[in-house]
Each structure stands twice: as C-alpha cells, then as structure tokens.
Design a protein around this ligand. Sequence first.
Ligand SMILES: [Zn+2]
Length: 317
Amino acid sequence: MHKLWIADGHCDSLGDLTSGKRDLLGLAGEGHWDLVKACQAGIGLQFFAAYIESEYKPFLAGLRGLEHIEAALRFIDNNPEDVFLVKGQDDLSNLGNSKKIGLVLHIEGGEILGESLFMLDIIYRLGVRSIGLTWNERNALADGVGEVGSQGGLSRFGKQVMKRMNSLGMVIDVSHLNEAGFWDVVAGSVAPIIASHSCARALCDHPRNLSDKQLKALAEVKGLVGVNFCQDFLNETGKATIDDVVRHICYIAEVAGVDCVAFGSDYDGIPSPPLGLEDASKFPHLLEKLKDCGFKDTELTKICHGNFVRVLANVLK
Ligand SMILES: [Zn+2]
C-alpha cells in the first residue's frame, strides 16, 4: 500500500450488506464504498459502522445491532484476502502493510445496549471496538444533538458505559452527542476520544458540527475529529465541493493542531457527497489538494492515517 494510505473514521455501507442490497464487493458499481473503490482509494483502515435504523428503536435495537454485527463478521470471514477485523494492539502493525483493509467494527447508537452493561461485554467479545454513544435522539446513555434545547449530559448508565468502555479498550465516539454529553465525556474518559464524522462549527453553523472550544478539547485529550463529507455540514448553502472538505481540514489543523484532524467520510450515510469526492475512490484527489495546501509529508501522514493509528494504539488493549 502507498505510504499515504487512508484511514476513514466512518462509513455506513454495512447497512446495505445487512439488508442484502449490496455485497460490497464492488462488481456492481453502486454506492459510495465497496472493496473495489476502497482499494482504488488506498484505504487501509475503515471504521465500519452499524447504524441502528430508527424503526428498530428502542425495543429491537439490540437485535438489529446483532444482525449488523453478524453481517459484518460474515463479510470478513468470506473475504479474508481483502479485509481483517481490528481488535487489539497486535492488529495495528498490520495496518497499511498489505492490500488488506483493517475494519474497526463500530456501533452508531448506544441503543444497542438497551440499559444493560452485559450487552457491552457481549458486543466487545464479538469484536466491536468503537461506539457512538448516541445518534441524534435521546437514549438511555445520553441525549443526541437532535434533542434541541436539552441540556442533559450523560445519564448514570451513560457514565457506567463510558467507564466500562475505557476498561475494555473501546473507542468512545462523540459525533451526534449533544454538547452537555460531550463535556461529560471529555471530563470523564481516561482514554482519548474521537468525533468520528463531524466538521467545524465556525465554518458551517450546523448542530452536528463542533465549536472551536470543542475542537481544542479533543486535541487536549489527544483525540481527533474525522471531517465529514456531508454537504450540509461543510457549507451552509447545502452545496459543497472537495474544496470545502479541504477548508475544514485546514481550519481544524489551525485551531486544534494537525494531530487532531483526520477523515470521517460518512460514505453511504450521506445523501450525496460533495463535488470531487463522489465516492471513496476519489480520496487520492483529496490528497493532491491537501499537498497543494502546503502540509508537510509528516503532517499529511498524520491526517491520512497517523492520527487514527495513534488513538487506536492508546485505546485498544
Ligand atoms: Zn452519523
């Protein structure tokens, strides 16, 4: 794999796999992300998100989450030449060394846990290594950004989950979490945290984006933000191009430091990607643009994958 291989903090392609809509092998060419496109992009690490769809919440969220996990594990079993599951320190040295993509199994929405810590232990055993505590709504852990006006931080259960994730060695993801919850995680987590797919609020005033204060806090805890390719998060007009992605990356590097910025495409989770980044295969164009911005080689390496590898090295057991 090329020296500047890509780590992507979020894609939602697993949903298509679970529902049988696509096999993600890439032969049909549909969708934003599949093995062919990821290979063209030079992706070596992919956070593979199990998004719990709203119709399953709250009572069937656990069951649906397990269905996603099973689909992901079967995909990994069936494609051992192409992908492997990233579960611990031993797997990190294999990242970027071959054509194989390391998949971090991620759950988008703590609803999967219901109100049971044992469910966290079960999904950990199944290979899940990252959880976004909420999606946009409220759940038993915390309030999402869609709970407008809510000042609610983490619940007691949310704090227990945070503590247990820290001790198991799981990545805590604060994208979609409301601000009060964000600060509770910053204060309470003993390991670095990530915002896997968010952008800068100063450039685009959207509730899913992070303020300068939040970006700096992520830097202080040695975490990171993966810049999201959603047009609504990139540009207030709702129309964005690859240059807007570059703008957010440069801004976050300036405000929070180059150690704090990475990619979190949200491919297959966003309705239509920005012009110039239509699907995962277009990542090399983004690298060209970033080179033109004057980032040094060492800085580009951090943005492309180094920051994500550092966080995993600090969190996983
Ligand atoms: Zn999301």
